[in-house]
Ligand binder design. Structure first.
Ligand SMILES: C[S@@+](CC[C@H](N)C(=O)[O-])C[C@H]1O[C@@H](n2cnc3c(N)ncnc32)[C@H](O)[C@@H]1O
Length: 310
């Protein structure tokens, strides 16, 4: 069973302004929560394309979309190859693109994938089970300074340097193999008073290592650019983020693409090179309601931003 509670489902799909005969891409298919709702807005001439790098998600989505009335393409790939994926389907431009970033609940909850400190499992954390880099390799081979950097930047972990030092001290004795071992090392590295408050002491570090293993920020930055390039005029991109760095990438990219020409009005031609490409629909991000957060606590850090291609 693939149980993932879809976040900001109606807000995101309404934000795409789905036309019954349009072509829409869900870059983060997961359990197809958003994709199914998009498909329900489409007629027989409409198309929805779902991309995921996780085979389990594709399998679940296949079941979930069995009875929809539009054309469906499900593709196993990293969304950083978005342009190539569209070209392989004979498409250059589409009418809407969605990103619902991060991991799905089954990835987190299925202990054996090594994403969670709640289950003892081999250190893995790959969303794509065939990808070359695992959490085991990051934890056991990356230099101490690089570990400290990712823990601090991607995890906003204030004890990043202490944790990195402890990891390196442990792996000198023997390799760190499991999520349980890693969680214990992190716990020991954090001073006792800080351990007693807030979320699980390993939460930030596990998030940071997962982001590094899957190269999540670079993949998103590249895919967002390709998404904007690949929209028809009037087409929309909707992005749900769960991490401040992802949200910053989205916000800055949208702002950059909205910039207008700043040449003086008497210049015969534009020399600044700035022409707006997007209109930002959400000046402030859309957040989940208190009710949604109560029903699905994993929605609490979600932010939805939407922009329209000019
Ligand atoms: C939050 S879940 C999406 C849930 C989905 N919207 C739903 O309602 O069921 C994110 C999904 O995106 C996938 N994913 C994350 N980064 C990806 C990438 N770079 N390329 C392809 N899939 C990715 C993950 O494997 C995961 O299944």
């Amino acid at each position: 069973m693939f149980q993932h509670e879809t976040v900001l489902k109606h807000e995101a799909v309404e934000g795409l302004n789905v036309r019954p005969d349009g072509v829409y891409v869900d870059c983060t298919l997961g359990g197809a929560g958003h994709t199914r709702l998009i498909a329900e807005h489409l007629g027989p001439a409409g198309t929805v394309i779902g991309i995921d790098q996780d085979d389990a998600a594709l399998q679940a989505a296949h079941e979930r979309l069995r009875d929809v009335g539009c054309r469906v393409h499900l593709i196993k790939s990293n969304f950083r190859r978005l342009k190539e994926i569209l070209a392989s389907l004979g498409l250059e431009r589409v009418d809407g693109i969605l990103f619902d970033l991060g991991v799905s609940s089954p990835q987190l909850d299925k202990g054996e994938r090594g994403f969670s400190y709640h289950h003892d499992a081999p250190l893995d954390m790959r969303m794509d089970p065939e990808a070359p880099l695992t959490a085991r390799e990051v934890v056991n081979t990356w230099p101490e300074a690089e570990l400290a950097r990712i823990l601090s930047q991607y995890g906003e972990e204030r004890f990043a340097r202490r944790i990195a030092r402890m990891i390196v001290n442990h792996r000198r004795v023997s390799p760190i193999e499991t999520t349980g071992e890693l969680a214990d090392i992190i716990k020991d590295a954090i001073p006792a008073p800080a351990r007693r408050t807030g979320p699980h002491p390993a939460r930030r570090s596990f998030q940071a290592i997962r982001i590094a293993v899957n190269d999540e920020l670079n993949a998103f930055q590249s895919a967002l650019q390709q998404a904007i390039d690949g929209l028809n005029p009037g087409g929309r991109v909707a992005v749900i983020t769960f991490h401040s760095l992802e949200d910053r990438i989205c916000k800055r990219t949208f702002q950059e693409k909205e910039k207008r020409c700043v040449c003086p009005p008497d210049f015969p031609v534009c020399v600044c090179g700035q022409q707006p490409v997007l209109r930002v629909i959400t000046k402030k991000p859309i957040l989940p309601s208190e009710e949604e957060i109560r029903e699905n606590p994993r929605a609490r850090s979600a932010k939805l931003r939407i922009a329209e291609k000019l």
